[in-house]
Design a protein around this ligand. Structure first.
Ligand code: 5GP
Ligand code: ZN
Length: 113
């Protein structure tokens, strides 16, 4: 998508601090971290949000979570981390390209705001 911020990051048109990349997903540190470790995992395919996950693309979600389990180990998060996806403006989604926030490195309260 031409006007999508995260598609531009995947394409390298906007710089980012890469954490991981393969043929299906890209992971990079959030520009406004909410925890000592805060990175985003995004599919390379432009999917606007979690509400657009279906039988044709749902395998990407399982792959993203496998990647998250691997990256968090490599970054020393142990087994303590949170994965969040905000869907829709009322839930806090500000970029309309599916992304999983991964937060770690501090106590994480519940419920979220
Ligand atoms: P959302 O608000 O949609 O759940 O999450 C979008 C996230 O993208 C936010 O945490 C925000 O800080 C991050 N973000 C927005 N623009 C950029 C950018 O240009 N680079 C990086 N690395 N993160 C960004
Ligand atoms: Zn996109």
């Amino acid at each position: 998508m031409d006007d999508c911020l995260f598609c531009k990051i995947i394409a390298g048109e906007i710089p980012s601090k890469k954490v991981y990349e393969d043929d299906r997903v890209y992971a990079f540190y959030d520009i406004d971290p909410q925890a000592p470790i805060h990175f985003l995992v995004i599919p390379k395919q432009h999917i606007t949000g979690a509400n657009k996950i279906d039988a044709t693309n749902g395998d990407l979600v399982g792959h993203a979570f496998q990647v998250i389990a691997q990256i968090t180990k490599e970054l020393g998060c142990g087994d303590d981390y949170r994965v969040v996806t905000n869907c829709g403006p009322k839930a806090g989604q500000s970029v309309n390209h599916l992304h999983f926030h991964v937060l770690a490195g501090r106590e994480l309260g519940w419920p979220p705001g």
